[in-house]
Structure formats: structure tokens, C-alpha cells
Design a protein around this ligand. Structure first.
Ligand SMILES: Nc1ncnc2c1ncn2[C@@H]1O[C@H](COP(=O)(O)OP(=O)(O)O)[C@@H](O)[C@H]1O
Ligand SMILES: [Mg+2]
Length: 307
């Protein structure tokens, strides 16, 4: 599914070459759940950005789902991302001017899918946020924003879901819920899941743990299902407990959902609203490879990827 052959990334730092990723060989099978760990600066985000086609390698070849993405031009890459990749970021990266529902709808509308609103509603319900559909990101907690981001990432049923420290800005209970959601959707949809995390308990939920250090893969082994922290409680058990609690909450949330629906104002398509905000923003800001949403936001409708 994902194949990296001698993939490296060399940047220029003060005129000097800086190797952030030494030639990496890596194969991740369809439907696999792999965690990527390593200290800050070890190249985890670089690796994910390369797999997502958000960044290009200095050497080597990357194939995803049988497609050599290393030879693609920008339009082909945008299409590849839209068709194949879902991305969840540490900082959520929701579009602030759109409601939760609209944020989930955008990638579906961009692809011209019929029933975008219906699917977006279903997804929000799956992540327990039906009652928050018409709230804007600023009205949501971090955990709720990340749940919207997870729903958005799965909207187009991507073959590959990449998550870069998705729990980095969340408390541990909320983080555990986000991981459980990612895991659940990965299992239900057969999505290949690559998850960057610092947290050994979270990595324990994966089937495989890939460890990076100084831009090299230093360990790549099946997960033993136990966190390597020495704590006696297993990560999996604590995840289960959290999800049970939240399922109860979700029912309460669903009860109050009706009221919210009545208040809903008729609105224009989310993608249109998004592109209006986006064109205002892009006039002020140039995109960079490190900010995929800004990049996404500033490109034209056809070349925009879903994040
Ligand atoms: N655009 C950039 N310019 C200069 N250095 C960068 C850039 N992007 C990443 N780096 C450097 O590359 C290394 C790997 O970064 P990154 O992949 O973000 O690491 P991680 O996600 O593991 O923390 C770091 O040393 C970082 O400072
Ligand atoms: Mg990173």
C-alpha cells in the first residue's frame, strides 16, 4: 500500500545541506495500523508529509496504492490526496469560518459527491458531535475540534489516514477517545492508519511501531500491545473505559440534538463559503509546505486536497 524506496530529504540550513531524513526503506501494508515514534526533530512529520504528497523527497521513490507519487505534478498530487489520503493534524486545522458540519462537508463537496450533507451528518454523529453540527470551531473544545477533524479526514473514505500527533494538544482522556475513534474508523473502513505519537500508551494500540531517530528508522517491530512505560495498566484497557463513558455521553448529546437542528439557518454550500474565506486569506498569506491547510486553502477549487 505504502512503499518508500531509498527516500531521503535534505534541506538547506544557512547554506549548508541538512539531512532530515536519511534514505528510508519502508513498506506499510493495506489496512495496517502503524505508529511512528521518535524524539522531536527526528523526522516524523517529514515522513508523513512525504507519504501524503505534501512534500517531495530529495531522492528515492514513494508509491501509495500502486501510484508513484514522486513523479506527479501539483495537479496530480492534489487529485491523489483528495482520492487517497486523509490527514489529521495536532492543531486540528479546521476552517474557522465554517461550522463543524460544513468543515466535514467541504472535502465531499469538492469531489462533487452527492449527499455531502447527509454523509457529513452521519460522520459527526459517529464521532458523537451531532448536537454540535452548527457550532463554529471557536465554540468547540479542543477534543471536539479534533473529533470534527477526524470526521473530516474520513469523509471521502480515504485508503490511507495519516495522523500527526493528533492527541498532542489534548488531555489524556480526550486523546484516548480520539485514538479510539481513529482505530474504530480504521477497522470499519479498512483504512491504512499511520499515526505519529509520543505516547507509548497510544502506540500500544497499533499493530506495529516504527521508531525514528535523527532521520533514520532505528526500530520497526510489531507492537506488543503494552505501553513500554513500565506502568501496569495497559493502554488498551484504559481506552476501552474512556470510550464506554463517552458512548453514554453521546446518547445524552443525541437527545438534545433536535433543538439544535431547529435553529439551523439555511446556508450556502460549505465549499463555496470556504473558498470565499480562503481567497481572502490567500491574498494575505503565501502557503508553505509546513502548513498544509494554508496550502490547501490557497489553491483553486480543483487542486485543493482535503486535509
Ligand atoms: N522547512 C524546514 N526548514 C528547516 N528545517 C526543517 C524544516 N522542516 C523540518 N525541518 C527540520 O527537520 C527535522 C525534522 O523535522 P520534523 O519532521 O518536523 O520532526 P518531528 O516531526 O519528528 O518533530 C528537524 O530538525 C526540523 O528542524
Ligand atoms: Mg512533528
Amino acid at each position: 500500500m505504502i512503499s518508500l524506496r531509498k527516500v531521503s530529504k535534505v534541506l538547506s540550513s544557512g547554506g549548508q545541506p541538512l539531512t532530515v531524513l536519511h534514505p528510508v526503506q519502508l513498506d506499510i501494508q493495506r489496512g495496517e495500523f502503524a505508529a511512528v515514534m521518535g524524539p522531536s526533530g527526528s523526522g516524523k512529520s517529514t515522513l508523513l508529509g512525504l507519504i501524503a504528497g505534501l512534500d517531495s523527497p530529495s531522492s528515492g521513490e514513494i508509491q501509495v496504492n500502486g501510484q508513484a507519487i514522486t513523479g506527479m505534478n501539483e495537479d496530480q498530487l492534489a487529485r491523489f490526496r483528495s482520492d487517497t489520503i486523509g490527514f489529521v493534524f495536532q492543531s486540528f486545522q479546521l476552517i474557522p469560518s465554517l461550522t463543524a458540519l460544513e468543515n466535514v462537508q467541504v472535502p465531499l463537496e469538492i469531489r462533487g459527491e452527492t449527499g455531502a450533507a447527509k454523509r457529513a451528518k452521519e460522520l459527526l454523529s459517529q464521532v458523537g458531535l451531532e448536537a454540535r453540527s452548527h457550532h463554529y470551531p471557536v465554540q468547540l473544545s479542543g477534543g471536539e475540534q479534533q473529533r470534527v477533524a477526524v470526521a473530516r479526514a474520513f469523509a471521502c473514505r480515504p485508503l490511507v489516514l495519516l495522523a500527526d500527533e493528533p492527541t498532542g494538544n489534548l488531555d489524556s482522556a480526550t486523546g484516548a477517545l480520539i485514538i479510539k475513534l481513529l482505530q474504530q474508523l480504521h477497522e470499519e473502513e479498512g483504512t491504512t492508519l499511520v499515526l505519529v505519537t509520543h505516547d507509548p500508551e497510544i502506540a500500544a494500540a497499533a499493530k506495529r511501531v516504527i521508531k525514528l531517530r535523527d532521520g533514520r528508522v532505528v526500530e520497526d517491530a510489531p507492537s506488543n500491545g503494552k505501553p513500554s512505560t513500565g506502568k501496569s495498566a495497559t493502554g488498551k484497557d484504559s481506552l476501552k473505559t474512556t470510550v464506554k463513558k463517552t458512548t453514554v455521553k453521546k446518547t445524552a448529546v443525541q437527545k438534545s440534538a433536535k433543538k439544535e437542528t431547529v435553529k439551523k439557518p439555511a446556508s450556502k454550500p460549505a465549499a463555496k463559503k470556504a473558498s470565499q474565506t480562503i481567497s481572502r486569506k490567500s491574498a494575505a498569506k503565501k502557503p508553505s509546505a509546513k502548513k498544509p491547510t494554508a496550502k490547501k486553502a490557497s489553491t483553486s477549487k480543483t487542486t485543493r486536497s482535503k486535509a
